[in-house]
Design a protein around this ligand. Structure first.
Ligand code: GDP
Ligand code: MG
Length: 139
């Protein structure tokens, strides 16, 4: 049997770290069966955030997003598993915490603070190309 093990980047965003949800998020990743490959706490500079979010440059939430991501420490995690890119996006739930499905990280734990940016606890790479690019940036 051939198993294809894929990797993705997960970030516990500053709201997740500040709300002491890092352990809960790691618990859900491990309970799903994904492997933790590497993990670190980091306070990214603007250059890293600009590269990470280059696809969103020029959007109305871009500046609030970068400021939010600079507002406190982030936990960066490299995880592995079969179809983990798609699988973690499924665990995370959709972008807006108000409408993210119950059972997901954002749906269960995300709060709508009515701010200019959605503080939705986690980031997960959205494609194999994004995962490779983002893992190289953060690790
Ligand atoms: P993700 O892949 O689900 O994280 O979403 P995107 O890649 O589209 O956006 C990156 C991040 O920008 C999201 O996780 C949110 O924190 C924020 N964001 C995206 N779209 C919006 C929006 O329409 N409004 C607000 N306020 N924030 C947004
Ligand atoms: Mg995205």
């Amino acid at each position: 049997m051939t198993t294809y093990v894929e990797e993705t980047l997960v970030l516990v965003k500053p709201d997740g770290v500040a709300r002491n949800l890092t352990g809960e998020i790691l618990r859900r990743i491990e309970a799903k069966g994904y492997q933790l490959v590497d993990l670190k706490m980091i306070e990214p500079d603007r250059e890293l955030l600009a590269a990470h979010y280059e696809e969103h440059l020029g959007k109305p939430f871009y500046e609030p997003l970068v400021e939010f991501m600079e507002s406190g420490p982030i936990v960066a995690i490299r995880i592995a598993g079969n179809r983990v890119i798609e699988g973690f996006r499924s665990l995370a739930g959709t972008t807006d915490p108000t409408t993210a499905a119950p059972g997901t990280i954002r749906g269960d734990l995300g709060r709508d603070w009515g701010l200019a940016v959605q503080q939705n606890l986690v980031h997960g790479s959205d494609s194999p190309e994004s995962a490779a690019r983002e893992l190289a940036l953060w690790f």
